[in-house]
Design a protein around this ligand. Sequence first.
Ligand code: PBG
Ligand code: ZN
Length: 322
Amino acid sequence: MIHRPRRLRSTPIIRELVAETRIHSDMFIYPYFVVPGKNIVHGIDAMPGISHFSIDELLRNVEKGLKVGVNKVLLFGVGEEKTSDASSSFSDQSIVSTAVRALKKQFGDQLYVITDVCVCAYTTHGHCGILDGPHIHNDQSVEVLAKMALSHAQAGADMVAPSDMMDGRIGAMRTLMDANKQEHTAIMSYSIKFASAYYGPFREAADSAPQMGDRKSYQMDFRNGREAMREAMLDETEGADVLMVKPALAYMDVISKLRENTNLPVACYNVSGEYAMVKAAAAKGWIDEQRIVTETMHGFARAGANLIISYHTRDLLEKKWL
Ligand code: PBG
Ligand code: ZN
């Protein structure tokens, strides 16, 4: 007898019946870059379709997105004063906190607001922490990051997402937020964040490239899958609600391994460089964008991602690619 797996692939109906992976619009989170000012919608060169928005324009754009189901957003602040102590990052008047208050006032619980917590767009040197000579002072950085998370929570953020990769930040944030009656604010940790060339376009967008050196003393070495689990388990112990793997495409094995090692929701971040490559090839007519994007998203879900952060979210939902 010959084994015939093709029997279950013979028509669309049977293929749908036996499909192992399904993705849903509810899984997607859409990033936004927010800048000070008014009437600003400024496209980002290396990320076609993605722009910097001033708060007035952000409100308009989010309202449109909500109509097609984009109801979870991740906010990045850009264009604030840069100092060595990153003090503009935790001000209650920061661009992110101001945007959160405006979004929550207009949309309430119709919109789930997540904020990126990191100081690289707020420091003169562009590193994700506070410098002590040539080194990053871990515990001083954690103090500032915790204050930043608290300020976002107090502005009304539903979830904060620390992307700095300092040691002990999840525990410090949880403790500070709880001590200030923000125990309901969730934490999605960028637990496993690799030092990656795939962040290139983002650093232009966020004006957050390090002025000297690189991020290898805090972001992870991409050769290390076991250490990745160690990082994630630490964050789980410290009180993270969601664990994230970033970037996504080159790290599907890490997503899969993490899914097997935790009972928390697992997120992946389909980052700027992954997006830029698809957009560039699609613009040249070298690939079919819709098919590439949906195949990739199914890949993330099959690997074990429960939440997907992606710049493609708007296209996926608006153009009904799912
Ligand atoms: C800042 C931050 C980065 C990204 C998210 N938060 C860049 C970096 O660490 O250099 C990358 C997002 C993307 O590339 O889409 N800590
Ligand atoms: Zn950073």
